[in-house]
Design a protein around this ligand. Sequence first.
Ligand SMILES: [Ca+2]
Length: 237
Amino acid sequence: MTGTVPFGFFALALTVTSCLAAISEVKTNNPVTQKPGRFLSLPVAQKCSQRPKEFTYKGRNYFYSGHTQQYKTSKVDWLEARNICREYCMDLVSIETQEENNLIFRLIQQNDAPYIWTSGRLCDFKGCENRPDLEPKTVNGWFWSATRGKISATNQTSAGWTYIPWSKSGHKKTPQPDNAEFDINGTVESCLSVLNNVYGDGIAWHDIGCYHEKPFVCEDSDELLSYVAATNPGLQL
Ligand SMILES: [Ca+2]
């Protein structure tokens, strides 16, 4: 479920936040892991070198947090999950094809995982205004934050797929994304989670408030691996 629309402003946002994180790190001389900030974390070369490699698909490594010693019982919010992955030169999983989706659905099913975070994100922040191509947001406003690739329209079967991965049900018993929590407490459901039959709807995609705490699946980030490889010659990755 990927597109060719360049999300240039995401790249810019990433660069800016990375620079801010770098500046902040220099000032405090603290490891990124100890900062309570809400910026994206930088990769940590040593952690990248020793990152968990549970399985490989199309040349990229993945791991499920529930299968690691350190994060076995961890549930974290969406940004924290991204940052844990990013320190390993990974990011939350981006599910760009049906084959990859089947792989993730199987992982959830076989391990009876209740839900996981993906890198899917609604473009509803600064930089997303005045983009007719992202309207209506609930249909065309979704992208994979790890790769900045566009997610196909949420209400139709996309090219190369035989089904719509978004759930047909949820809190309001209507198809996802439904932004249901907004009606309850004003929280926008801006993050994409795969839920395991929470609404009697099987394993399927849901828009969820990003503050919810969940286990997660990390996937190799080409961008972060390239960066760490270039800045750490000879490092085994
Ligand atoms: Ca929802």
